[in-house]
Structure formats: structure tokens, C-alpha cells
Design a protein around this ligand. Structure first.
Ligand code: SF4
Length: 448
């Protein structure tokens, strides 16, 4: 029996690659199983852009390799960003693995398995990847069927000094608008109600295409050719969020009032050292424009503390900026040297204890802001996409509002109402906490 057990690590972009491999293997006759003991094929799709992700991938691989001790006939295959980043070195490091597949070859995994050699092998083009999927490539949607991701580009041209992604995923490559509309229509037919657009830099979409393609044009086409009720935007670049995009969001309720825009820092000297192509005044202006065009927009960002050369004054400026901007969701990360990155060569490293102290300072500041921001929802009736029974309690249902992205933000706990996963229903918000909301489904009469 051809059976498959798969572990998908990393970001939603990597999840889309996993779904492509799942579809290819299912077409080749593999059935997905929940128990690794029952699998003839063990597959790990890895993340590899930061050390903790690499360590998590190696742990997952070694955990599955242990099953091979009991079932020597099993195949262990490893794909994804870690393979692209480390290439041939992995053969010696992980002899338990039968096949390593790089980012240019994962869609071909079924054919590669037919041509396996007795010796462990690697199929990965050295250097950064060049492959770009299109709508002719099948995907087996893994997330609940009512929500999915649309990967609109591959790669990135921004060259941030701390980031290894361009050296792994390659230069910016945009899919055409027609191709993305074709995939979106297919996803709608499978029941998708929330489609999240993803990329390394969403706002760079179309820059490499020699036509009028850009994010606003793409969204216009998706709104015109599908009936998908919710479009969500993740990974915008601060310097590239145009008034045109904000105006479109203001006028189109199907584009959710939600923006994920990694700022990474606020201090000009740190942003310069990171090779981020904007400065503090760009961020102030951006927040002002978002508030002007889409006043209720939820803004998510990420901040990095402990970057080489960062001073206490830089962190104070970050705290003051967050207090001034009042953003909804902020993920805070501690800088780590990455082998091969330009930032790793920079002097004036910040020691771990100091990094931790700065991390706590920013997290504490933001937690109070997030809790305050959430209060604006209490008493409002908000459309909520139902996810299903809550993991917290069988007595509760869980959903997400327009202001909460899947897998990264909080949720809405629903205390009453007859609803089903995938429904978008009016919910009166009765409580607001730092990350989560509580509410009850209201009937049409109450909602009118
Ligand atoms: S924009 Fe993002 S993916 Fe691109 S180089 Fe910068 S951090 Fe990396």
C-alpha cells in the first residue's frame, strides 16, 4: 500500500508547496495516513531561513527516522527551504534520509520517487531557486476547506541584511493575473470563503512582469471574477503600501480591513543597517494614511530587537512609536546571527540578556496597547468566520473576525448560536481580551 505521512513546517508559502506535493503523491496513488507507523513514505517539508527553524526541521526528521528502525522498508524524504539552503552537505549530516528534494523539484516528487537509487540522493539545484508554480499545478488543500492561501509570487529582491530568504527562494517572480484568477476560481469552487494572499513581499507583486500587473490590479481582477467574500493581505512592505491600495480597501468590503506589514524596527540607524528601504517618517506617514483611508483597519507588524548596533535609545524610540501608533497585533523577535547573512558580519552585537530585557520591554508595552485596541469591538456586531469547536472547550465554538488572521492572531469564542464551520455569521462581541474576543451569534432580526 502506498501510504504517506507528512509533516509541513514553516510559513503559509511553504504550506502551499506541501499541498502541491500532497496532490502529486495522491495522484500517484498514495493515501494520507495519520500514524507514521502505517506509512510507506515519510515526508518532511522543511523551513530553513533561521536557525530555530532548522533545528525544528532536524528534530522532525530524526523523529521520523526512528520509525524506520522498526520499519526499514519505509522511505524518508525531506523537501523545502532547508534542502535548498544546505544542499549536498545534508547527505552526510542526515544519512537516514533516502531523498532530499529542493525548491525547483518538489512538484515532481512522485516521478523522483519512481527513480530512487539504493543510495541516499539529493535533487536540488545549487544556489537559490527559480521555480514558479502556476494554476496547472494541482494542490490538495490542507487547511479547513473554507479558507486557503494564494501564493502570488516567489522570491524577493529586497535584500534585507539579516535575511537568507533571497538566497534560498531566489529573485522576485510574479505569477500572471490570469493565472491567479484561474486558481482563485478553482479554490472558490472547493468552498473557499477566505482567501489570504501571500508572498515574501506582497506589495512587490508584478514588478518583474512587463505589463500593468500590480497588487491593486490583481485584487480588482479577483473581486471581479470570483464571489469569494473575504480577501486578506499578508506580508506587505512598508515603503510600498500605496494610496491606491488603501483606497481600494476602503471601497471594497470583500478586502478585509487588515494589513500585515513587517516594520522590523523604527530607528533610522537600525533600519539603515538592516538595509530596509524606508525610515521612521515613512512609517509615521504610513500609519497616518492607513488611519485616514481605512480608519478601522487592523494592523499587524513584526519588530526585531537586539540587532547589531541597536542602542537603548533605539528601543525607547520603538516603545514610544508603538504607543503613538496604537497597532493591533505586534510580533516581537530577538535578532539572531544567520550564517551567510551580511548582518552576521556586523560589529556591536547585543548580548542575549540585554536582548531578552528589550524583548520583554516591547512585549509588555504592546500587550497593554493590544488589550486597549480590542475594547473597540465590545458591543459591536461583527461578521465572524466559524472555524469549529474550540480546542479550549467543547462547549465553545471558535471563529475569527475580519481583524484576526488564521494561525497568527487570536480568535472569537462563541458562547451561543447554531452555526457550522465555514459560515460567516453576525456575532455581538460581549468581551475583549489582549488577543481574543468573546461573543454570541445574533439572529437576522437583531442584526437588521
Ligand atoms: S522583505 Fe522579507 S523576505 Fe525579503 S529580504 Fe526582507 S525580510 Fe527577507
Amino acid at each position: 500500500m502506498k501510504t504517506l505521512y507528512m509533516v509541513s513546517l514553516g510559513c503559509p508559502k511553504n504550506l502551499v508547496d506541501s499541498e502541491v506535493m500532497l496532490a502529486a503523491l495522491e495522484q500517484a496513488g498514495y493515501a494520507v495516513v495519520e500514524d507514521p507507523n502505517q506509512a510507506s513514505l515519510l515526508l518532511v517539508n522543511t523551513c530553513g531561513f533561521i536557525r530555530p527553524a532548522v533545528e525544528e526541521a532536524i528534530d522532525a526528521i530524526l523523529e521520523l527516522a526512528a520509525y524506520k528502525d522498526e520499519h526499514p522498508e519505509q522511505l524518508l524524504v525531506v523537501a523545502g527551504c532547508m534542502v535548498q539552503r544546505y544542499g549536498d552537505n545534508l547527505l552526510a549530516e542526515l544519512p537516514e534520509v533516502d531523498l532530499f528534494v529542493g525548491l525547483d523539484d518538489f512538484s515532481d516528487i512522485a516521478r523522483l520517487l519512481e527513480r530512487l537509487t539504493p543510495e541516499p540522493q539529493i535533487v536540488a539545484r545549487p544556489g537559490s531557486a527559480a521555480y514558479l508554480m502556476d494554476s496547472s499545478v494541482a494542490r490538495r488543500i490542507s487547511a479547513p476547506s473554507f479558507r486557503s492561501y494564494l501564493k502570488i509570487t516567489e522570491g524577493c529582491d529586497n535584500q534585507c541584511a539579516y535575511c537568507m530568504i533571497p538566497s534560498i527562494r531566489g529573485r522576485l517572480r510574479s505569477r500572471t493575473i490570469d493565472d491567479l484568477v484561474t486558481e482563485a476560481v478553482r479554490l472558490q469552487e472547493t468552498g473557499v470563503r477566505e482567501l489570504t494572499l501571500i508572498a515574501q513581499d506582497l506589495t512587490a507583486y508584478g514588478r518583474d512582469l512587463h505589463d500593468e500587473a500590480n497588487l491593486v490590479a490583481l485584487l480588482g481582477a479577483l473581486l471581479q471574477h470570483t464571489d469569494i467574500p473575504w480577501f486578506r493581505l499578508l506580508y506587505a512592505y512598508p515603503a510600498s503600501v500605496t494610496d491606491g491600495l488603501l483606497q481600494l480597501m476602503a471601497g471594497q468590503p470583500r478586502i478585509l480591513p487588515y494589513l500585515d506589514i513587517p516594520f522590523q524596527h523604527v530607528s533610522d540607524q537600525v533600519l539603515r543597517a538592516m538595509n530596509r528601504h524606508y525610515r521612521r517618517d515613512t512609517l509615521d506617514d504610513l500609519v497616518r494614511r492607513i488611519r485616514r483611508f481605512v480608519p478601522d483597519c487592523a494592523v499587524r507588524t513584526t519588530m526585531m530587537v537586539g540587532y547589531p548596533g541597536e542602542t537603548e535609545a533605539d528601543v525607547t524610540e520603538m516603545v514610544e512609536a508603538l504607543q503613538a501608533w496604537q497597532l493591533d497585533h505586534v510580533g516581537v523577535f530577538q535578532y539572531q546571527d544567520e550564517d551567510g547573512s551580511r548582518a552576521a558580519q556586523l560589529p556591536d552585537k547585543v548580548d542575549d540578556d540585554e536582548k531578552e530585557a528589550r524583548y520583554q520591554q516591547v512585549m509588555t508595552t504592546q500587550a497593554a496597547i493590544s488589550e486597549q485596541r480590542q475594547q473597540r469591538f465590545v458591543g459591536r456586531i461583527e461578521p465572524v468566520l466559524i472555524e469549529g469547536v474550540s480546542e479550549e472547550s467543547e462547549l465553545l465554538l471558535e471563529g475569527r473576525s475580519r481583524f484576526q488572521a488564521p494561525e497568527i492572531d487570536g480568535c472569537v469564542y462563541i458562547t451561543s448560536g447554531q452555526v457550522h464551520p465555514g459560515d460567516i455569521v453576525p456575532v455581538r462581541i460581549t468581551e475583549a481580551h489582549t488577543y481574543d474576543l468573546v461573543g454570541e451569534v445574533v439572529n437576522d432580526q437583531e442584526n437588521s
